[in-house]
Structure formats: C-alpha cells, structure tokens
Write a protein that binds this ligand. Structure first.
Ligand code: FES
Length: 128
C-alpha cells in the first residue's frame, strides 16, 4: 500500500520537532480526519529558509508528507517554498494511496501558513 519512501519518512522522519528560533509558524488541520500539522521555519536576512521543523499529530502519511516537505524547502527561498505543491510532495514520496492524498495537501498548506506568518511578522516589524 505504501512506497518505501513513505515508510522511510514515516519511520525516520526528518526535521521533526519545534525549532526554538523560528520566525514563521503555521498550523493547519483537516476537519474530517482531525489531523493537525505544525510547521516552523527560520528564514535568514536573504530570505532563505535556514532551518525547518514540524510537529504532526496525525496519520503516518501526514508524518511522511510533512517530513518530505521540510526536506524540500530547506535551503530554499520563501518564494520557492510557496510554490511547493502537494503533487510534488507525493511525487517525491513515489506516490500515495488516493485516500491519503489529503494528507499531502495538509503539508502544502502548513508550509504556506508558515511562510505567511513569516511575511506577516516581517511586515509588522517594518511598520514598527
Ligand atoms: Fe488526515 Fe492523513 S488521514 S492527514
């Protein structure tokens, strides 16, 4: 049912946990299954995501997709991170069962929410 990549990221998640000095935090959830995903990013002055972490209270596919998403945005610019699609995460995991596609949507939304929070904080700082 699950590819080796999914099982690998599920049993050995990358970048798991909160990062203390995050300057962007996003939290999203899926009302149907009740799963929740939190994404933490640390963006440097050049707009590069230096560090990233996640906390997922959810199914195995949600853990695997969040883990993969963190790997895909680490070292990238915030603009690049915003372009990360759930389809790209699924592809990197070599596929997900159809009923688990929504888990990858959560990963895309969590990344976007973290970047939006970062942009908001930046704008507030500029105003102050
Ligand atoms: Fe809902 Fe996986 S079952 S995120």
């Amino acid at each position: 049912m699950y590819t080796e990549k999914v099982l690998d990221h599920f049993s050995n998640p990358r970048n798991m946990g909160e990062i203390k000095d995050a300057n962007g935090v996003g939290m999203v959830g899926n009302a149907k299954c009740g799963d929740i995903m939190q994404m933490f990013i640390k963006v440097n002055d050049d707009g590069i995501i230096e560090d990233v972490g996640f906390k997922t209270f959810g199914c195995g596919a949600a853990i695997a997709t969040s883990s993969m998403a963190t790997e895909m945005i680490k070292g990238k610019t915030v603009e690049e991170a915003l372009k990360l699609s759930n389809a790209a995460v699924v592809e990197a995991l070599q596929g997900l069962p159809p009923q688990k596609i929504h888990c990858s949507v959560l990963a895309e939304e969590a990344v976007k929410a973290a970047v939006e929070d970062y942009e908001k904080r930046k704008a507030e700082k500029a105003e102050a």
